[in-house]
Design a protein around this ligand. Structure first.
Ligand code: ZN
Length: 431
């Protein structure tokens, strides 16, 4: 495989404290980044495949640290409702009709949307997770895949057994772009014994846990009423947080919760759009940052967002915290960018593998076209990427060293077929 040379771009390595490199080059050799630096110092081989990045930002791919990708099928089906009736009256009844092929085509639709928006890694929690895994492998994206465990279902024990079997199989196959996890849905849908059993299984298998946590005031109040402690403290009491975990939402946290999550280095994933849409509240982002928590952003599912656009999450995540605290100086553009790249990668246990442009890391790289009117003039590329750019500005996407989108053309995905099949599945689910 020829080396790939991305040259003459504005390079944002997004390592802690790294500077922007004007007229820079990124060299990709196989699946890894081989060089990041000024074009004048780049190693040049006449056999290199060259991508001219003049007028573009070159940066690590975005990491969508929490979604239910196949919920693209329910996009726009149930809006403007509170979380509990939304789940019980609309989402769960539609999901009862799910078949593996629905999950597969919903995943393909979401993956096409995410690659177009510069997402190179996502973390998923859903039913029929092996169909999501198939979509990950075929599409070229990197994915953390977990089957959602709902303790309120009579099949919960079987579901856990199947999830463990799937995890063992994935670990055996060791696909370079597939990361298995175990995902109990939440403390309000999973009784303690299931949470403990799942955490023990994750520890034995050496995989991460993925759970919704402290999303609503009601969840926290119910947990305190039942257990006399907050959801975070309750997971700690169960030994759950001793296992590396991805904890999602974390909207309603006490000071002690924040200290504990930082101490455990749990991967805290904030989903600002979903929290706004379901009126769940406002995460204490700057408090989590000050405590040294491991922080990333996610879109959540398309039924509660309603897109999978990580540029929107970065912007909203930064703006909301300014409004919540009354302080425009919190969550700078650089902080938001870090949370959507290396921070989100760390929440999935992928620190040191993806999330920055660093020689030796896996080559997940995106090229963002900066030539549109809404991105002029170029006072600060960093600022533009958070406050002005859109998913549609992404021009090229490289994952694991492979070009999966070039000049906005997807190489592994037939969008016409995906859209037709996804619409067919969506009609059956809500019909
Ligand atoms: Zn979710």
């Amino acid at each position: 495989m020829a080396r790939l040379r991305l040259e003459h771009g504005t390079i944002l390595p997004l390592e802690p404290k790294s500077a922007v490199i004007e007229d820079g080059t990124v060299v990709i050799d196989g699946a890894n980044i081989a060089f990041v630096g000024p074009a004048s110092q780049a190693p040049v081989d006449p056999d290199d495949e060259v991508i001219d990045c003049r007028g573009c930002a070159v940066m690590p791919g975005l990491v969508n640290a929490h979604t239910h990708v196949s919920m693209t099928l329910l996009r726009g089906y149930a809006d403007d409702m509170a979380l509990q009736p939304w789940l019980e009256k609309k989402i769960w009844p539609a999901e009862m009709k799910l078949r593996p092929e629905d999950v597969y085509w919903g995943a393909m639709l979401g993956i096409a949307e995410m690659i177009r928006g510069g997402v190179t890694t996502f973390s998923d929690m859903y039913h029929y997770f092996s169909a999501v895994a198939d979509a990950v492998i075929e599409s070229g994206i990197r994915g953390a895949v977990s089957g959602v465990l709902l303790g309120i279902l009579p099949t919960a024990e079987d579901d856990l057994r199947r999830a463990i079997e799937f995890t063992c199989e994935m670990k055996r196959k060791a696909h370079p772009r597939l990361i298995p996890m175990l995902a109990p849905h939440a403390i309000y849908t999973c009784p303690d014994p299931l949470l403990v059993k799942t955490a023990e299984a994750a520890a034995n298998l050496g995989v991460r846990l993925h759970i919704h946590l402290s999303e609503t005031e009601k969840e926290v109040a119910d947990c305190i009423a039942e257990h006399g402690e907050t959801p975070v403290a309750h997971l700690e009491s169960l030994g759950f947080l001793e296992v590396p975990s991805e904890v999602v939402h974390c909207v309603h946290l006490s000071d002690a919760d924040i200290t504990l999550l930082a101490k455990r280095q749990a991967g805290v994933v904030l989903c600002p759009t979903s929290n706004l849409k379901l009126a769940s509240g406002f995460a204490r982002t700057s408090n989590l940052m000050s405590a040294g928590a491991c922080l990333g952003f996610g879109t959540d599912g398309a039924a509660s967002n309603n897109n999978l656009d990580m540029f929107q999450e970065m912007k909203l995540g930064a703006l909301l915290e300014k409004a919540r605290t009354g302080n425009p100086e919190v969550v700078h553009a650089a902080d938001a960018l870090a949370m959507a790249t290396r921070g989100a990668a760390a929440t999935l246990g992928l620190a040191g593998q993806v999330g920055t442009l660093t020689p030796g890391l896996r080559a997940d790289v995106i090229v963002v076209d900066l030539q549109s009117p809404h991105l002029q003039p170029h006072h600060s590329v960093l600022s533009h990427l958070v406050y002005s750019a859109r998913a549609a500005d992404v021009r090229d996407v490289i994952i694991e060293g492979e070009v999966v989108m070039r000049d906005r053309e997807l190489f592994h995905l037939d969008e016409v077929e995906i859209i037709a099949k996804a619409n067919e599945c969506a009609r059956r689910l809500v019909g």
